[in-house]
Design a protein around this ligand. Structure first.
Ligand SMILES: Cc1ncc(C[n+]2csc(CCOP(=O)(O)OP(=O)(O)O)c2C)c(N)n1
Ligand SMILES: [Mg+2]
Length: 907
């Protein structure tokens, strides 16, 4: 990063001869020739054994020299005036929201540092979606939302009353604290405030746009993805984690602007180093075009005069901690502590007043420099671009925040600071108006407002703006999946296989086949999907440059420019980012796509939970498939693979519908319904299904079970008419027998454990003469969702003639006996419905760390197998006095259960 200092040069004359030689080459034969010669010289030195010489860094100056700046088109002075108004209103919004208390919070300093970076984009670069343009996609920095609102206010999209409701989201009229498509569905497109998420998802968005073009879904050429990121935010692994992919995939439709204001929340980002230089080498190494925008135009003359490199040397030596301090002081301080590092430089600035030194501006706050960078970025071909723009946190806030350690959290401004702000940005406000932090909007017919409108009209309209729906599509009827509905006969298959067949059917569907986006993180073979490689191809922007090793085989590994599968490699965070891009395509690209992202369920929510939340907030539509799910079903993989809780985790996501199906027909019914709601009805929900790798026979779909499958439960095995009660024969089974007086229980199961529950029913009858009805519970979370809603309704409508009754209650009411539930998940999962289960309810579950063994051993260890179901059912009956307690003890003995075995949670 640092140049060798002058002191360590053993032969300064020789050095200057070499430098003169290079100057001469540049003068006579140009920069390219100079680069060629230097490359050869470096190669030679390395060949001799010098070790690596070439550095990924350039000196600490702008990448675009002043001589190559492109004059900003339009009215620069007008733009400054408008920007000043935005600055004021954004600041006023936060100050007003926090006048009485600081309860609502908000940020002033971040937007003040990047106002220029935004406004140059708004005035000159960012297209809204219109007839002529598909629209650029801008990932705005989350906590700079006041700046977006300030612009929307001037553009007439928001009223003063709305600005005054900043961060008062309850009731629907307020402005959301951060970008939330869920809370402001016509405004915000991308939820970015959880730092790192915007960075990662913007890369996959750009990649997905290339995919849409390559697959001829829609042309995305000429559209750009812009992401605004903080320099502190770059420390998130998610931020830098996929920059290699962006370089490799040549995403020249992607532009990142990293606002290097040198500060994060607590203090400097790299007090002892230089964030811009560090990021420069990271990005250049990853194949990006890097544009550094460090110094503003007022430095041009000084830099031009710096033929001996002394100024650049001092610039390069000073660390970010110093740069922050300079901007919190004044011109005299900068003279002494910056220029004063080299007496020659002090002489060079001797003619300048302290004030002039103070005016030396930073690149990211200079609209000319920013314009040049953006203009070059949008023209770049074959590489993504990152613009590293140096700014000042809290710019303009003076003692209330400018370059101050506390800048990030400042929500109030002292009166003098407000007045100084007004003066600095030349706002036409009286002292009184300033003290009241009144909003300012020039008259509609003023030149400012006209200019503002003209610039946006030329670019197609306002931004951000979100599209709510796209054209709906007809989805296949359930009959299309007849092979799943008819049962497998003798054949044993897994629900994963059933799903893969459903997917294969969908891929062939004339209406929506091409809209299906299969996404896998290097697990296709795990899930038996390798046949699809050949069938629909793996997307690659360069096609297949090699003959695949398995080219002789029927289904070889086929990479293809038109490929449909997104094979993301071992990268769950990237895969779910693709899921978000595809699942929000209806909004961002006006083309409904339907992602099916299949992964190891354990590496799902708990690995990428924040991205799941972002998917939900983004109103993503699609299917998440947690493969090899369950704590005992994926039997050989042990503690870090065996998922016993993903359903509990997904239960917290409001718009996620989660299911744990046991049979192929349940999988088909749920997916068909998901398609109907998301694609035909354009509902903003998404689905999570757990899939298993255990093979077994699947029965045909019982008549009339469809509603129950979707609502969360249906009767699968009916033990016959109830003594003195109603006879509830849903699933065929044994209806019609004589009414029995035998003891009876209700058993519930889901996923593969449903089969243990069915076996338990047989044992109860055979070994203990107890009748058992069995319920397939496809979703405890759906049953709970309805229960909660109905409880609330009944509470708030106490005088209603007809209180509502949850589905789970209506199903179980009138049925005889205690209820026992067993699943492959922790007890919290079946616990969810306790409030609405009439009578005695007992749950079994796989609480504790997973481990590897045979399924049978694991199910016995976690006490969710048939024997433990029987024992629990008998105990419930005995507690109720229906059978003697001794029968429970007999069962424990008979099934060789060790009553002294430790709780699985403790071992
Ligand atoms: C994942 C995550 N962690 C922490 C935060 C809280 N947070 C919000 S802004 C911020 C500092 C941001 O600094 P920087 O990225 O440099 O942005 P700046 O405001 O300086 O432009 C922090 C820690 C968050 N929003 N998301
Ligand atoms: Mg910062």
């Amino acid at each position: 990063m640092t140049e060798p200092s002058a002191a360590s040069d053993i032969d300064a004359v020789e050095t200057s001869e070499w430098l003169d030689a290079i100057d001469a080459v540049v003068e006579h034969d140009g920069l390219d020739r100079a680069r060629q010669l230097l490359t050869r010289v470096v190669e030679r030195a390395q060949h001799i054994g010098s070790g690596p010489i070439a550095t990924l860094n350039t000196p600490y100056v702008n990448t675009i020299p002043a001589s190559l700046d492109e004059p900003i088109p339009g009215d620069a002075a007008m733009e400054r005036r408008l920007r000043s108004i935005m600055r004021w209103n954004a600041m006023a919004m936060v100050v007003r929201a926090n006048k009485t208390t600081s309860e609502l919070g908000g940020h002033i300093a971040s937007y003040q540092s990047l106002a220029t970076l935004y406004e140059v984009g708004f005035n000159h670069f960012w297209h809204a979606a219109s007839q002529d343009h598909g629209g650029d996609l801008v990932y705005f920095q989350g906590h700079s939302s006041p700046g977006n609102y300030a612009r929307a206010f001037l553009e007439g999209r928001l009223t003063e009353a709305q600005l005054d409701k900043f961060r008062q989201e309850v009731g629907g009229e307020g402005l959301s604290s951060y970008p939330h498509p869920w809370l402001m569905p016509d405004f915000w497109q991308f939820p970015t405030v959880s730092l790192g998420i915007g960075a990662l998802t913007s890369i996959y968005q750009a990649r997905f746009m290339k995919y849409l073009s390559a697959r001829s879904i829609t042309e995305t050429d000429g559209r750009k993805v812009w992401a605004f990121l903080g320099d502190g935010e770059m420390d998130e692994p998610e931020s830098l984690g996929a920059i290699g992919l962006a370089g490799r995939e040549q995403l020249d439709n992607l532009i990142w602007v990293v606002n290097c204001n040198l500060q994060r929340l607590d203090g400097p980002v790299r007090g002892n180093g230089k964030i811009i230089q560090e990021l420069e080498s990271d990005f250049r190494g990853a194949g990006w075009n890097v544009i550094k925008v460090i110094w503003g135009s007022r430095w041009d003359a000084l830099l031009d005069a710096d033929v001996d490199g002394r100024l650049v040397h001092v610039m390069t030596e000073a660390v970010d901690g110093e740069y922050q301090t300079y901007k919190s002081r004044d011109g005299a301080y900068v003279r002494e502590h910056f220029f004063g590092k080299d007496p020659v430089l002090l002489d060079r600035v001797a003619h300048m007043s302290d004030d002039e030194i103070w005016q030396l501006n930073r690149g990211g706050l200079d609209q000319q420099k920013v314009y040049s960078a953006y203009s070059q970025a949008v023209r770049e071909v074959g590489r993504p671009t990152v613009i590293l723009a140096k700014t000042i946190k809290g710019y303009g806030m003076g003692t209330s925040g400018e370059g101050q350690m506390i800048a990030h959290q400042a929500k109030k401004m002292a009166e003098e600071a407000l007045l100084a702000f007004r003066d600095r940005f030349e706002l036409p406000l009286t002292d009184e108006q300033v003290r009241a932090a009144e909003y300012y909007k020039p008259p509609e017919d003023s030149p400012e407002m006209q200019y503002l409108r003209e610039q946006r009209t030329a670019l197609g309209g306002s931004l951000p703006a979100r599209r709510r729906t796209s054209e709906p599509h007809k989805v296949p009827e359930l009959e299309a999946f007849s092979s799943q509905l008819e049962g497998t006969g003798e054949r044993e298959v897994s629900t994963t296989m059933a799903f893969v067949r459903v997917l294969a059917t969908l891929l062939r569907d004339k209406q929506i086949g091409k809209r299906i986006v299969p996404i896998v993180p290097d697990e296709s073979r795990t899930f038996g999907m390798e046949g699809m490689f050949r069938q629909v191809g793996v997307y690659s922007h360069v096609g297949q440059l090699y003959q695949p090793q398995d080219s002789e085989q029927l289904s070889f590994y086929k990479e293809d420019r038109h490929g449909q599968i997104l094979e993301e490699g071992i990268n769950e965070a990237g895969s779910i980012s693709s899921f978000i891009a595809a699942g929000t395509s209806y909004s961002a690209h006006n083309e409904q796509m339907i992602p099916f992202y299949i992964y190891y369920s354990m590496f799902g929510y708990q690995r990428v939970g924040d991205l799941v939340w972002a998917a939900a907030d983004s109103r993503t539509r699609g299917f998440l498939l947690g493969g090899t799910a369950g704590r005992t079903t994926l039997n050989g993989e042990g503690l870090q693979h065996e998922d016993g809780h993903s359903h509990v985790l997904f239960s917290v996501v409001p718009n996620c519908r989660a299911y744990d199906p046991a049979y192929a027909y349940e999988v088909a019914v749920i997916i068909q319904e998901g398609l109907r709601r998301m694609v035909a009805e354009q509902e903003d929900v998404f689905y999570y299904l757990t899939l298993m790798n255990e093979n077994y026979v699947h029965p045909a779909m019982p008549e009339g079970s469809q509603e129950g499958i979707l609502r969360g439960m249906y009767l699968l095995r009916d033990a016959g008419p109830v003594a003195g009660g109603r006879a509830g024969s849903v699933a065929g089974g044994r209806a019609g027998g004589t009414k029995s007086k035998k003891p009876r229980v209700q058993l519930m199961g889901s996923g593969t454990i449903l089969r243990e529950v069915l076996a338990a029913a047989e044992l109860l009858e055979a070994d203990f003469g107890v009748l058992a009805d069995v319920w397939s519970v496809t979703s405890f979370t759906e049953l709970r969702r309805e229960g909660v809603e109905i409880d609330r309704w009944n509470t708030l409508n106490p005088l209603a003639k007809q209180p509502k009754v949850p589905y789970v209650t209506t199903q179980l009411k009138g049925r005889q006996g205690p209820v026992v539930a067993s699943t492959d998940y922790i007890r919290s999962y079946p616990e969810m419905i306790r409030a609405w289960v009439p009578g005695d309810y007992r749950v079994l579950g796989t609480d504790g760390f997973g481990r590897s063994d045979f399924r049978k051993a694991l199910r016995s260890f976690f006490e969710v197998d048939r024997h433990h179901v029987v024992v629990s059912a008998l105990k419930a009956l005995a507690d109720d006095g229906v059978i003697p307690m001794k029968q429970v003890a007999d069962a424990i003995k008979r099934y060789e259960i060790d009553p002294a075995a430790p709780m699985p949670t403790t071992v």
